[in-house]
Write a protein that binds this ligand. Sequence first.
Ligand code: ZN
Ligand code: ZN
Length: 338
Amino acid sequence: MVFKCKSCGSCMVYDFDKDVLVCPNCDSVGDPQTEYDNKDDPDICPICGGQLNLGQYGSARRCNYCDSYIVSDQRLGGNNRPDAIIPTTITKKRVFELLTEKFKNYICLIPEVFSESRLKEVIIEYVPYWVYAFNIKAAYSGIIKESVTSGNTTVTDTYSVVESWNFNMHDVPVDASEKMPDIIMDELEPFKFTEKLDFKPEYLSGSESEIANHESDHYKEEACYKVAGSVYDFIYDELSHTYPHAVNLSSGTVSKDTSLDITTAGAGYYLLPVYKYSYTLRNGTIYDYYVNGQTEEISGTAPISESRLWTAIAATVTAFAGVAALITTVLMLIGGAV
Ligand SMILES: [Zn+2]
Ligand SMILES: [Zn+2]
């Protein structure tokens, strides 16, 4: 669907600060005229008839032909309707400020990468995640040796330790979008789930989004793996605290000596805010940037100009050569020729 301004016909976008659709053209708020998906093919823009290229999972994007923001009511219907969305709290301008600040100490940056004229290329993407809740029973059973040295005497004690814990863990996110790189999505965590809102389609007007690429069962193993890591860390900390002189305690022994019983208590389908920006150098090198639209966590590398870098290195080498020649001349003059 498309949310059109009744005053001027422009496409309205959702403003989370004002909590309403606003028209970027005439500043009208709320009360849109809603146009629904093309019935035969949701991949056809209902405004201009252009191809949207939503792909297999796309649910919201801008039409390249008429610039309308399309939120697909067909794609987001039934089981594909998200439970909740976490809105972004930062602007595109803020994204460039953060990236400029992060890379300010690098030499030979390409200055135009984060220039204001490129702001329109920054995209807010609401990434589908499955967010799990788990009940976990953990049981540790192992031998812990403590060794304490006092003067010339070393006393070693051996303990047979059996302990168990029950945990309820919630808000464990796993990204459900194959196009978003898993390692980068992990880097951008955590998200603040307390700020989630019940989903409404108009929230996506002005953004890009996908539906979850698979059901929650598909990602459950990955979520369990994440949870297990956190539980092992907790048990390691607990045992290290109780047995501060332990000589055989490590993350490896804790995971080996701990059994886990993890049961799923629930799974919610959320959309989480990630800014995307991509810059391609003339030589084809692509710099991709991702920013958590809530916590401002950044993923991406400094956009370095190789030609500028080589010029700087050449200048430095020339300067050093000049200094070396000067030192040699001075040494010769004072009779200490090398
Ligand atoms: Zn308007
Ligand atoms: Zn269009």
